[in-house]
Write a protein that binds this ligand. Structure first.
Ligand code: CP
Ligand code: NVA
Length: 287
């Protein structure tokens, strides 16, 4: 059966566990041997392109990364036509887009799996790597707690979906007006200190996401009390870990001392992008 990953909850809880287990498979099956995979980027990327390309090679495949200024999604040709062309030559498609609806339209027209490589609404492949990192560091996920401090953005929303699916407790602290949509599971607050109290993990992301650059100055003012610094980390559990999807802005959403400090697991987290996506692709291609 054809499956896509546009948000984490496209997976059932047991499927999520299977993907995380496959991510730790040291001798991955060559499910992409002889096949290409198309990766389309409407926004900049470092980790996502690198980790997808390398994971595809580790599965025996050949990645082809395409920038949107070459392809022109919905300008040179429609998202639907792109999906049909990719499907004819590739075993899977990944796309990083502004409007999430472009991914939904591609998935509706594709005959191979479509993976969301970040949209304005969701970053599910990041959340898979986040869960893998949390599981490796905390030993388990069920009942453990994570606090997200910052903008209720794509990364926050996918982490909420991932935490709910994994049975984790999650608290989200944003300034007023920057809350993610409530999911009935995560606790939302406007107080960072309240959110991080006693948690196993603290997570943050940039205050201005790609596409919001013109709003950066206003956001810096609105988020001034939301820096994850040593004082905030001291309110979490004594052995709490710090996560960040990267790229990071030291002195804005995170203090340099936290990012570089002993509680930070951000480099392991970035490497886990490759492992988690490899596990995801093995799973998607075996459905
Ligand atoms: N975390 C993440 O997705 O990084 P890039 O934007 O560099 O791909
Ligand atoms: N929220 C950020 C994440 C970057 C990986 C953005 O969308 O730019």
């Amino acid at each position: 059966m054809l499956r896509h990953l546009l948000e984490v909850d496209d997976l059932a809880a047991d499927e999520l566990t299977t993907v995380l287990n496959l991510a730790e498979e040291l001798d991955p099956p060559q499910v992409l041997a002889g096949w290409g995979a198309a990766l389309l980027f409407e926004k900049p990327s470092n980790r996502t392109r690198l980790s997808m390309e390398l994971a595809i090679v580790q599965l025996g495949g050949h990645p082809v990364s395409l920038r949107n200024d070459e392809v022109g999604i919905d300008t040179r040709e429609t998202a639907e036509d792109l999906a049909r062309v990719f499907s004819g030559m590739c075993a899977l498609v990944g796309a990083r887009v502004f409007e999430h609806s472009k991914l939904e339209r591609m998935a509706a027209s594709a005959s191979v799996p479509v993976i969301n490589l970040l949209s304005d609404d969701a970053h599910p492949v990041q959340a898979l790597a986040d869960l893998l990192t949390l599981r490796q560091r905390l030993g388990s996920l069920e009942g453990r707690s994570v606090a997200y401090v910052g903008d209720g953005n794509n990364v926050c929303r996918s982490l909420m979906a991932a935490a709910a699916l994994a049975g984790m407790q999650m608290r989200v602290a944003t300034p007023k007006g920057y809350e993610p949509p409530a999911d009935g599971v995560a606790e939302l607050t406007n107080d960072p200190a309240e959110a991080v109290g006693g948690v196993d993990a603290v997570y943050t992301d940039v205050w201005a996401s790609m596409g919001q650059e013109a709003d950066a100055a206003r956001r810096r003012a609105d988020f001034a009390a939301f820096t994850v610094d040593d004082g905030l980390m001291a309110r979490a559990a004594p052995d709490a870990i710090f996560l960040h999807c990267l790229p990071a802005h030291r002195g804005e959403e995170v203090a340099a001392s936290v990012l570089e400090g002993p509680q930070s697991v951000v480099w392991q987290q970035s490497t886990n992008r490759m492992h988690a996506q490899r596990g995801l692709m093995i799973w998607l291609l075996s459905q």
